[in-house]
Design a protein around this ligand. Structure first.
Ligand SMILES: Nc1ncnc2c1ncn2[C@@H]1O[C@H](COP(=O)(O)OP(=O)(O)OP(=O)(O)O)[C@@H](O)[C@H]1O
Ligand SMILES: [Mg+2]
Length: 258
C-alpha cells in the first residue's frame, strides 16, 4: 500500500502539494486527474523517492521512505514500473539498446539472455518489429510502447505508474495504449512471458488530464487541484460530480454540456 500522510511539497517558493493524505492499494486501478502544473508528476516522483516531502510522511508497504538513502530506495523503486511523461528514450540508442539498457544496468544477464528478454518484452507490448529502429523512426504510439517495455525490463513490479501515457497520441493509438495498460494489469491468465510480467493482477496509477482515457482504464479517480485532492471516488461518482472544476474536465466526454 502507498500511504501519503499530511504531505507538503514545494519547489522553492512554489507550493505544490498541501497537506496531502491518501492511501492506494497496489492492486487498485487509480487515475490521478488534474490540470497542468497541479502536481501530478510530483506525486509519482514522491512515491518512488526521487524527491522528498518538505513535511509529512510517505510509506510504501509500511516502510517509511521519507528519510531513506538512495541505496535503500533501490528496493522501493523495484516495486514499481514507472513510465515517465513523454516516455523519453535515449536518442542515440536503437530500440533494442534502449530496452536492454536497464537489463545491463540492473542484472547480470549474458548477451544472449539480454537479447531474448528484449524480444520477449517488445513482443508483450506489440512492437517486436521495431527492434532495430532508432527512436526518431518510431511513431508516437510505438515510442510509448517501447518506453513501457523498457520500464518492464528490469524488475518484477508490484504496481505500474504511468505519467500521461496517452498524451500526444491520436485517439486510436491512445486507445491501444489504454488496452495495453489493462492487459498488463489483468488478473492471471496464462502469463506470456517466463518472467510472468503479463497477467499479474497488479494495479496502476495513471496520471493524466485526459479524462476520456482515464475512464477506460481506472476504477478509482482522484482529482488534484491547488495542491489538494478535491475528489476521490468511482466512475459513477465522477460522472455525477457537481464540483465545477471537474465538470469542466468532463466536457471532453460530452457527458456534461457547458
Ligand atoms: N524541477 C522543478 N523545479 C521547479 N518547479 C517545478 C519543477 N518541476 C515542476 N515544477 C513546478 O511544480 C508544479 C507541479 O509540477 P508537476 O510537474 O507535478 O505538474 P503536473 O500536474 O504533472 O503538470 P502537467 O500536467 O503539465 O504534466 C508546476 O507548477 C511546475 O511548474
Ligand atoms: Mg506532469
Amino acid at each position: 500500500m502507498i500511504l501519503f500522510d499530511k504531505v507538503w511539497f514545494s519547489y522553492g517558493t512554489r507550493q505544490v502539494l498541501k497537506d496531502l493524505s491518501f492511501s492506494i492499494e497496489f492492486k487498485e486501478k487509480v487515475a490521478i486527474l488534474g490540470g497542468s502544473g497541479e502536481g501530478k508528476t510530483t506525486i509519482l516522483k514522491l512515491i518512488v523517492g526521487l524527491i522528498k516531502p518538505d513535511s509529512g510522511k510517505i510509506t510504501i508497504e509500511g516502510e517509511d521512505i521519507t528519510n531513506k538513502t538512495e541505496d535503500e530506495l533501490r528496493g522501493v523503486r523495484m516495486k514499481f514500473s514507472i513510465v515517465f511523461q513523454e516516455g523519453a528514450l535515449f536518442d542515440s540508442l536503437n530500440v533494442k539498446e534502449n530496452v536492454a539498457f536497464c537489463l545491463r544496468e540492473y542484472t547480470k544477464m549474458s548477451e544472449d539472455e539480454t537479447d531474448k528478454r528484449v524480444r520477449e518484452l517488445l513482443q508483450i507490448v506489440g512492437v517486436e518489429e521495431a527492434i532495430e529502429l532508432m527512436p526518431e523512426e518510431l511513431s508516437g504510439g510505438m515510442h510509448r510502447r517501447v518506453s513501457i517495455a523498457r520500464s518492464l525490463a528490469a524488475c518484477e513490479p508490484k504496481m505500474f505508474l504511468y505519467d500521461e501515457p496517452t498524451s500526444g497520441l491520436d485517439p486510436i493509438n491512445a486507445d491501444n495504449i489504454c488496452k495495453l495498460i489493462l492487459e498488463l494489469s489483468a488478473p492471471p491468465s496464462p502469463p506470456l512471458s517466463k518472467g510472468g510480467i503479463k497477467g499479474g493482477g497488479r494495479g496502476f496509477i495513471i496520471v493524466t488530464h485526459k479524462v476520456f482515457d482515464a475512464m477506460k482504464v481506472a476504477d478509482r479517480f482522484m482529482f488534484l487541484k491547488d495542491g489538494m485532492i478535491i475528489f476521490d471516488g468511482n466512475k459513477g461518482e465522477l460522472i455525477n460530480t457537481t464540483i465545477p472544476e471537474i465538470q469542466l474536465f468532463m466536457v471532453e466526454l460530452n457527458l456534461k454540456p457547458l
